[in-house]
Design a protein around this ligand. Structure first.
Ligand code: UD1
Length: 417
């Protein structure tokens, strides 16, 4: 298994280019199942979760006509297998995104239940409840969600909890359902808005996306999808924090500043310089980092996917900061590893209390989930001495060549096999 070795203490300087958004491309790939023909998707980030989703689509009968230079052409004409097997779904929860499209396309789906993960139980009860309301008969057998539907009908559905993939799943099912669907308390994440926009380009009739209430007028067929994936806001935020934590000066290119506004504002509050232009952000140290509180919320709130990285920064801030996680029940797996580096953090339920320390020291570290591993890389960049991070397959799920991008900025970081 690969490991990442970081020699801390180098200030990052230069420019970095952000890749396409993982969480945008995954639902778009699933949505190709709603079409029959050649789908052309550009700006596809080369990360492990995307490879898993492509493998899953191939299992379902989708043909990968070509895939190079971030461009994939998928022929969905002959996708007729309704089963998403355990070995793929177990490595990536987002595989459940094929549930709605398969039911809409084949009237049948057999998708392994994702199960728990390092950041909590993460049920898909809302996905299932919504699809049942649309007329699907769903049973749970042998660890699989089995769905059958002669046809899907439009519904009015209220999400008890804002769910990103839940909204995407029901949205995709509703596009080919009979009649109108209204999704209330829907997710407003840019990835959901993008999905709705590209489905509309393919012939869907969706309105209200980007607000709490999305309306979908069902249609009988869609044209194949053609789109370019927008830049990843979590990768953007991670590099912004990398610049801040190393007291560096980094220009983040090919990003959408609007998508990372809460992160920019929090960094400014922490006395880090943030200059924003059209599709670039320059993050420049202005001296010591001030303590700042943060609370995670669905978009446009402070993203839970940046909580761990922001906490790494706060371990080196002057004073005490409080970080509250409201989206997931168990997303503090990085805390014990940061403490092994000398961070002063105590946990009280969903709240982390961080007393800034003067320095962190490099240590052998274990990545536990995707964003937790990013926080460890950031802490290691700022720490004194060297750190060895193992289980980096977690980080490869969502970051394109993170060690290469960081090393171009001057970090002393390398991967060993
Ligand atoms: C997506 C993102 C993930 C991000 C998360 C929150 C993708 C592929 N992944 O995950 O990176 O961290 O949004 O921004 O886009 N919930 C239920 N029942 C459900 C569904 C969700 O109770 O049926 C709860 C979850 O346990 C969690 C909360 O809702 O507490 C939000 O989860 P959700 O938005 O669904 O996360 P994902 O879509 O899995």
């Amino acid at each position: 298994m690969d490991k990442i070795i970081v020699e801390g203490g180098k200030q990052l300087k230069g420019a970095v280019r952000i890749s396409g958004a993982k969480n945008a491309v995954l639902p778009v790939l699933a949505a190709t199942l709603l079409t029959r023909g050649r789908n052309i998707i550009q700006g596809v980030p080369k990360v492990r979760d995307v490879a898993t989703m492509i493998k899953l689509l191939e299992d379902l009968g989708v043909e990968v006509e070509s895939y190079h230079n971030e461009k994939i052409i998928l022929d969905t004409s002959r996708a007729d297998n309704p089963e998403a097997p355990y070995d793929l779904v177990s490595t990536m929860r987002a595989s459940c995104l094929v549930l709605g499209p398969l039911l809409a396309r084949l009237g049948e789906a057999r998708v392994s239940l994702p199960g728990g993960c390092a950041i909590g139980e993460r049920p898909i009860d809302l996905h299932i409840k919504g699809l049942e309301a649309m007329g699907a008969k769903i049973t749970l057998e042998h660890g699989y969600v089995q769905g059958k539907a002669d046809y899907l009908k439009g519904i009015k559905f209220y999400f008890d909890t804002v769910s990103v993939t839940g909204t995407a799943n029901l949205l995709m099912a509703a596009v080919l359902a009979e009649g109108e669907t209204i999704l209330e308390n829907a997710a407003k994440e840019p990835e959901v808005v993008f999905l709705a926009d590209i489905l509309n380009l393919a012939g869907a009739k969706i309105s209200g996306h980007g607000t709490d209430i999305i309306a979908i007028e069902g249609t009988t067929s869609l044209k194949p999808i053609e789109c370019t994936i927008f830049p990843d806001r979590i990768e953007t935020g991670t590099f912004m924090i990398a610049a801040a934590i190393t007291q560096g000066d980094v220009t983040i290119e090919n990003c959408i500043p609007k998508h990372v506004e809460p992160i920019s504002l929090k960094l400014q509050e922490a006395q880090v310089g943030v200059e924003i232009s059209k599709n670039k952000i320059r993050v420049k140290s202005k001296g010591p980092i001030s303590c700042v509180n943060a609370k995670t919320h669905p978009y446009p709130g402070f993203p839970t996917d940046i909580q761990a990285q922001f906490m790494a920064l706060m371990t080196l801030a002057q004073g005490q900061s409080i970080i509250v996680e409201t989206v997931f029940e168990n997303r503090f797996m990085h805390v014990s590893e940061l403490k092994r580096m000398g961070a002063d953090i105590s946990l009280d339920g969903h709240t982390a209390i961080i007393n800034g320390v003067k320095s962190l020291s490099g240590a052998p570290l274990m990545a536990t989930d995707l964003r937790a591993s990013a926080s460890l890389v950031l802490a290691a960049l700022a720490a004194k001495g060297s750190s060895i991070i193992s289980r980096v397959y977690h980080i490869d799920r969502g970051y394109v060549g993170i060690e290469k991008k960081l090393s171009k900025l001057g970090a002393q970081i390398r991967r060993i096999k």
